[in-house]
Design a binder for this molecule. Sequence first.
Ligand code: MG
Length: 367
Amino acid sequence: MTVDLRHGAATDIGLARDVNEDSYLAAPPLFVVADGMGGHTAGDVASRIAVETLSREVADNSSALADAVREANRTVHQESTARPELSGMGTTITAMVAGDQTAEIVHVGDSRAYLLRSGSITRITRDHTLVERLVREGRIQPDEADHHPQRSYLERALGVDREVEVDSYKIPTQPGDRILLCTDGLTTMLDEDEIRDILEGTSDPERASRGLVAAAVDAGGSDNITVVVVDYPSAPEEEGKTRAAPSVRGPRGKAPRRTLMLAGAVVALGMVLFIAVRAAALTQWYVGSSDGNVAIYRGVPWFIHKVEKTTDISAASLPEVYREQLKEGISADNEGDALLRVANLREISREHGPTPEAATPAPGAGP
Ligand code: MG
């Protein structure tokens, strides 16, 4: 289970705060960022306790990562109730345990995890904020969220209650993947394209971490900024593994008679063309629905496609905006990306549940 990771990390107080209330840990295979909140320096205490407890729990008993986060929640909560000066403190937490071919990520709050793969950036976690819920429910537009007055209102944080709900993701990783954990001091200052450009342009993870933090400070640094960058090793040969070249070594026309040869050649050419087009289409991935459930497809919607994997997520349990997207097909870069999108849909489905109209069985509706 040991994977030869490279990593970097950086934190900065920013330009507007008196205390850096963020904490982080980069101790392979465990990586954590936490963004504390609370009066005076309580936020600093909360994020530190959370990271320390998580680290101890993971080292001690290799219990499930989500359980370790729940334990960290109880510890922060106990401290906050036992010491009046720390009353009401809390913290976000985004943590990852890197496995050989997976990344297990757990998350509470509005710190984030991103996956950088083949030049594109995908957010793994979703923020537990009021505005993100309003966007998901279609009540405000995504671009309104960035400037919404309540954009930092957290709906979930560690240490606030005795129990906490923890989001958990298992990402199948690929050689060359880069994972970024960061607090909102980065993402409120830089948009995803800017973050991607810095990550893409800097191969050394330590320098990439420092570059991200410096860019967020340059952009205004209105909050503490913390990033952890984790690199999975690249494949020995970059080419060839992911691209299974379509085999078109079909039987070539060996017609005994000349007249048949031309017809044979035309048919063979048509077949080769069809096989090539089909093979090309089937290198594409998307997420759609099959028999009412979310499914992963290979191919191109409305053209050549086949179901690769069906899930138990009912399309009816998703908000309408996502049901519409499923109809069109949500394109994915590759299988891992498709799985990631399914994981996100599962979370959304869990929170949203069946809508009243969708829950009413329509006559002749499928399963
Ligand atoms: Mg913050």
